[in-house]
Design a binder for this molecule. Sequence first.
Ligand code: PHE
Ligand code: ZN
Length: 882
Amino acid sequence: MLRTDDGHIIRLEDYRPTDFAIHHVEMLVRLMEGAAEVVTDITLERRPETSETAPLVLDGDELVLTGLHLNGEPVTAEQFDASPDQLTVRGLPARGRFVLRVETRLSPETNTQLMGLYRSNGVWCTQCEAEGFRRITYFLDRPDVLATYRVRLEADRASAPVLLANGNPMESGELDGSRHFAVWDDPHPKPSYLFALVAGDLDPLEDRFTTASGRNVKLVIFTEKGLSHRATYAMDALKRSMVWDERRFGREYDLDVFNIVAISDFNMGAMENKGLNVFNHKYVLLDPDTATDSDYAGVETVIAHEYFHNWTGNRITCRDWFQLCLKEGLTVYRDQEFSADERSRPVKRISSVHGLKAQQFPEDQGPLQHPVRPTRYREINNFYTATVYEKGAELVRMIETILGAENFRSGMDLYFERHDGEAATIEDFLRCFEEAGDTDLSQFALWYHQAGTPTLTITEQYDGGQLTLILEQDLAKGAAGTGTHPFHMPIRFGLVSRAGEDLAIEPVAGEAEIEGDVIHLTTSRAELVFEVGGERPLVSILRDFSAPVTLRHDQPREARLALAALDPNPFGRWRALTDLTGDMLRSASLSETEGRGATYDPAVIEALCRSASDEALEPALRALMVTLPGEPEIARLIGSEIDPEAIHRARRGALRALAEAGGPEFERLRASLSDGSAPFSADAASAGRRALRAALLPAVAIAQTSAAPLFAEFEQASNMTDRLSAISALVQLFPGSDETRSALDAFYRRFESDALVLDKWFTLQATAPSDGSVEAMERLRQHPKFTLGNPNRARALIGGFASGNQRGFNRADGAGYRWVAEQLGELDRLNPQTAARLATAFRSWRSFDAPRRAAAEAALRDLASRNDLSRDLSDILTRTLG
Ligand code: PHE
Ligand code: ZN
């Protein structure tokens, strides 16, 4: 059942096209209880450059071959070899098209990997990216093989009244007995990873959309029975995405129907299958009572992301999986831009940067480091990473910064025009921008090839009315060994007066080019001199995080405090304040470790209080500014010999200092921000007010001597956002109290039968800072509602603990590590992909102090020594230990 690790490495330099092309695929899929039969007619043709005797070698994965025909005749036993993971056919026609009929028999009910054809709560569905199609039939299962597909589905009408596949519906009707059929046709050539089918008893939510050129598209979101009312926001987000892609990029939808199906069991967030997106129901189902504002924002983003893939991913796909960032980095960039336009640009940018630093930076600075465009992999499933997605998006954003908005748009237009219908590479993509911007991007391309986070060091000198900026970049030689040449870094900046105004930028001398407010740093060191007059300006550098770097700017504390209060660039204000808070918490943690009591800079605390009540800023931005960095964030600032207990104490101390300084004002603010009895609205402004109320809650609650007021707030909450912020504060600040217990019980009783809310209930407890957390985790593991079979549930508990409970997971006695490793070993037998992803929580194990390092290593080695590990998990463990 399990694939054993064969140590095989796939290399970019080995890429060559297939010997055969596939023109068309006709499939008949018969779905029955306990089994499925698949008959696939593949129209193939030997490529002109292929030798006349070369055999056809098709990929498989755990397949059972039940029949094989060539142009209608059975293929004889001497002509082929079949194993579960390969089918080789010899003696095929030297030229011209031929049809190979491949028959397979599948068992969707026992497919717990959730790759290929499986059943989720009774619904038949597929997941083919990256290499799942080969679990349905033998095929040239790689993204550069593009074909049209026609699919006929047959199933029992009672268990599967809805039958869906890619493309447009052609015909449907009754069959003998209680069965029926439907035929779907997808006229757009596509790679097999975009294949999908769904069959089940689902409820539709229907709508329509007319494209700019007048195509009338039927939109349907299918959910499990009785849940379609929870898809209305997703539908609205879909229509807004369609409008946005027409306006911003001139891209229209290209089929008569667009279907989305929400299912319970899914390894990832969602999948962009042509005309039939399949979603983890977490990214579709919402209502105010069960979903938080961040769930709403998440749905909006993921709906947009998958829709945008229709052009960036589907119409133009990837030549090979090394090019994954071609579709993912670009599509994340597009969904970020969509959210920025739909909501608030600075708030979106700050959240994206926050996420990048929390997820991608540690990946890029630890053992799982790899370039945005890798050159080798053992298991492609493990390359759906923050580096490929989020850093990949940053690279597209830098191209836009370097070229300017207009040339960037021309480059995108050229890309769409030139590569539509093709499987492309990063080199193809970059060439479009080189031509559109009439510029050379060969140095810029290093961002795709060199792994690691570069450091940008800024030194200021002010003398006689002149300001000198010294810029230095450095890329430490990383584990990936991919080179350390200087990058082309676009550095957006401003020189700010004491009155909070951007000064005109007038360079007198410089070793780097400046265009507008962007410095193009292309060497490892450059000096720039500006004429600024009698007052030393405040240097607001790396505005909007214009390059994904670690910034070292030895800026006077006083200048940072000033920027936190008056930088006209909102991102700059946030960054100045965050840097101050980060420094404060870092040194407080180090003091705690050394047993000296921590102190908290009153000026920084005051700056935090001031930004919370600054009416000139939108509430969502104030919420981001006043939120103290989380424990993992403080750990990253410390970098090595991390002591999570000290960090926990230091952060608590800072929260108390904040409460002392701002408590009454925060209470007043919270009251003034309340929507009272007004009905819930999910719009960005209302969500921003709730976010600020929630951000202030911990400081208000920590000052209270009892949990009773928080409990009252929990009970009075009229939506999930307020309810969850109250119960989180109870769990975090009053872990052992009766009120916390009662709130958790009440929450459970109310939402017991709602899978998505129950996930929150598991996560809440997994992140609780109680000393016996591992024992508590084991109790939750035994809870009747817990199952490793559902990825969301496994992530809620195991991921919630490993990534959301720094103290518990990194307990000095190693019990946290051992518990997680044990769960991963078990999960791996069911679902290797999800186990491997959760295992990345160990990626920073070397940054902790010696006893923890030893304990983590022992747990990892123990798990890695098992002989039945999947390739997915063993790849992650080997690299994490390597
Ligand atoms: N391609 C999907 C996305 O980014 C992610 C995904 C990858 C889903 C692999 C399933 C499997 O939208
Ligand atoms: Zn994607």
